[in-house]
Ligand binder design. Structure first.
Ligand code: NAP
Length: 249
């Protein structure tokens, strides 16, 4: 158990929501980041408070540096930061080839999924690093098996953004290993969340389930459990590591 603060970007729905609830159950004071769905974020906070946990909802589009700074300022007022889960992320419209992609689409993809995660990590390191007088902590980046599969004919820009997250996880893990901070990434496979609808294909995960060695989609709770393990002292010798939670995909 811990009484420190965990920031979960995109904590209002899907994997982030499941992670926020699980973190609160471990005693974390949870900062539930959300991009626009305030009602969903408020529901997560209410669910945590109903079990005597502590949580606040903070609007933060991680594509905006000023919003990230405001998110961390709100977290500072809430308590001492112990964990960051870089979960908030987007896909573009599914089925768009690279020769059809606009610069705006690609730039937005990288701004949210890559720059946003790196800037959040920067702010977390400033607070958690023993080099800066901090108490250490954990950063978990939510990547995707798309990083290794490439997502041809689906969304290669998204896959490339997650490839960047994998490299960042290894590099940052090594960089702050002496600062009391562990860094790891989770690569989820096909998980049953609303992200597929946002890519224009609500049934995508179930349609492709037969291609998963375990022949089923995963749940947000199954990803959250792996994230919470990485956040825990049970993973005390894990850093710069990437864990596939994908049914073998
Ligand atoms: P989801 O159900 O669509 O939920 C997305 C969450 O991220 C929501 O809380 C949303 O906030 C937030 N969000 C969206 N845009 C954001 C932005 N610009 N800045 C900050 N937060 C933002 O997605 P999910 O499936 O849980 O995905 C979570 C993470 O897992 C993503 O990084 C995704 O790439 C990764 N992932 C998912 C799968 C999968 O199959 N589901 C597989 C591999 C990796 P609002 O509620 O305000 O919209």
């Amino acid at each position: 158990m811990t009484d420190r603060v965990a920031i979960i970007t995109g904590g209002s729905r899907g994997i982030g929501r499941a992670t926020a609830l699980a973190a609160a159950a471990r005693g974390y004071k949870v900062v539930v980041g959300y991009a626009s769905n305030q009602a969903a974020a408020n529901e997560v906070v209410a669910s945590i408070e109903a079990k005597n946990g502590k949580a606040i909802a903070v609007k933060c589009d991680v594509g905006s540096e000023s919003a990230i700074l405001a998110l961390f300022a709100a977290a500072d007022a809430f308590g001492t930061l112990g964990a960051l889960v870089n979960n908030g992320g987007i896909v573009g419209k599914s089925g768009v080839r690279v020769d059809e992609m606009s610069a705006e689409r690609i730039q937005r993809m990288m701004a949210v999924n890559v720059t946003g995660s790196i800037l959040c990590a920067r702010e977390a390191v400033k607070r958690m690093s023993t080099r800066h007088g901090g108490k250490g902590g954990v950063i978990v980046n939510v990547s995707s098996v798309a990083a290794k599969l490439g997502s041809a004919n689906t969304y290669v820009d998204y896959a490339a953004s997650k490839g960047a997250i994998d490299s960042f996880t290894v590099g940052l893990g090594h960089e702050v290993a002496g600062d009391g901070i562990r860094v790891a990434a989770i690569r989820p496979g096909l998980i049953d969340t609303e992200i597929h609808a946002s890519g224009g294909e609500p049934d995508r995960a179930h349609r492709l389930a037969h291609m998963v060695p375990m022949k089923r989609v995963g749940t947000a709770d199954e990803i959250a459990k792996a994230i919470l393990w990485l956040m825990s002292d049970d993973a005390s010798y894990v850093t710069g590591a990437i864990l596939d939670v994908s049914g073998g995909r």
